[in-house]
Design a protein around this ligand. Sequence first.
Ligand SMILES: [Zn+2]
Length: 143
Amino acid sequence: MILNETIIEAYEKGLKAQSYSYSPYSNFKVGAALKVKGHDEIFVGCNVENASYGATICAERNAVWSSVAKLGKQELEFLIVITNTADPSIPCALCLQVLSEFNDGDLPIYLANQDGVKNLVYLNELLPRPFSSIPKEREVKNE
Ligand SMILES: [Zn+2]
């Protein structure tokens, strides 16, 4: 896979955000970088854990919130997720659902670690049925 300059720039920014990860409980350090369609700015996030684990926020949602705070709701163009693991990770199900609110499903998600971008997946591969999308083809007819 050949990465363009925008992806490489976003990876570098996401890597810096990952260095700010506050993850004393899991030591799972995650950075995220995203771009929205029609704007050049790269938005980043890192995971921020909390002593009450439920208050923890993922890097991916942190980056989405940041873009919404600056530009309002926009269509996402791509996302990069950077983890401190040998094999990169995909976003969790909560983040996939949030991402589906800001993209129709063809969102490229680049999976990366400290060594660089390692893989590319698409949102609709990871979350084929977002919340509230009901499969009509298997609708049950009540008589
Ligand atoms: Zn998540």
